[in-house]
Design a protein around this ligand. Sequence first.
Ligand code: NAD
Ligand code: FE2
Length: 399
Amino acid sequence: MDFFSKAYCRTYQTIFKWIMPMLPYREPKCIEKMEDIKNIVLDKGYSKVMLITDEGIRVQKLTLPLERDLKAEKIKLTVYDQVKPNPTVSLVEEVVALYQENGCECIIAFGGGSVMDTAKAVGARVANPKKSLLNMRGIMKIKNPPPTIIAIPTTAGTGSETTVTAVITDDQTHRKYTINDFKLIPELVLLDHTLTLKLPPNITATTGMDALTHAIEAFIGNSTTDDSRKNALEAARLILENIEKVYHDGSNERARANMLRASYMAGLAFTKSYVGYVHAIAHSLGGRYNTPHGLANAVILPYVLSEYGLSAIKKLKIMAVYCNVARPYDSEQNATNKFINKILDLNEEFGIPKTFDFIRDEDIELMAKHAAKEANPLYPVPKEFSAKELQKIYYKIKS
Ligand SMILES: NC(=O)c1ccc[n+]([C@@H]2O[C@H](COP(=O)([O-])OP(=O)(O)OC[C@H]3O[C@@H](n4cnc5c(N)ncnc54)[C@H](O)[C@@H]3O)[C@@H](O)[C@H]2O)c1
Ligand SMILES: [Fe+2]
């Protein structure tokens, strides 16, 4: 990246870092158990609730006890259970219409990141009906706060239950973009690991690698805080200690609880300290090829960490030592190599490929442009790459 573009990015990131303590970050309020939700809804005076979920979750009957609870209290429930991975603008608009037709007053998001992001986008649109999702892209573009959102994550995962972000794909352009606003942080969250016990091994692995990517990208960026560093380190350690356990034995409750806690902590870390080029590239693949988000991150992560070279090795050593992947006496470079090798070993164990041969040469220029636009100047990455430099990473990922 040329000198002036780099100076612009670094200045922008520094300003954001300075003003960060003044920004209205908050954590969602924790709900202890599913049975409490009906009372929360009643206490808030709502009688018409929208439940957003997906078919896989509904078929497993995970939402059934909640649906029964709400119906028993004569709360009118409108259910949308057709959320798809990498949710699109048209899907969000379908749900917005359903919400408005039924006069809903609040939203329960019951699912993975795709469901929670759909719920956030629906909330933003119903509160700001004259503003399109595209016009909410970027940071702090949402004027009126969404209605109450209760987030119930069923993957461990995106951490969307505690982040400022919703990631939506434009069906026309196949571009996946982020909407970031404090108003999108859900008001309430229920972290119930028992909902993740039936998550199949491949989704367990890829969503877990997404959470690990959040922890790593937040930690190695330049805009960390005491809190975000602590959360990122602890999340990474918990994930590395538990991800193989949950992959091989999904019914291991303790490991499932640790993973859910870790993905929440990684969400807390990156919502303050951002992600980086792994995510920017992953979003471009999600938009263009519908690549599942966690899978994309798992494959891209080792490439981007290697490309950062010397700029990230100091922090990667700290993380590697904290996670018992390296020893304090290892050099920074050796510790980083051990950390990257650990990620590659996990990917192999989980049957995650080393490359994505479906990437088409003719798509790379535009995807790299989109990734650069997402990351620069917002993400305080250890090393800045221009769109041209990012193209080289795409070629490596595809080879
Ligand atoms: N908002 C954020 O902060 C943020 C952060 C990272 C990723 N994301 C976005 O989140 C989306 C990915 O979310 P995800 O990785 O959680 O996956 P997902 O929500 O797309 O779900 C993946 C699959 O897992 C199934 N599933 C979910 N929970 C299950 C359960 N308990 N048991 C069995 N099957 C279950 C779903 O039915 C679906 O088929 C992407 O669009 C990504 O860009 C958002
Ligand atoms: Fe992610």
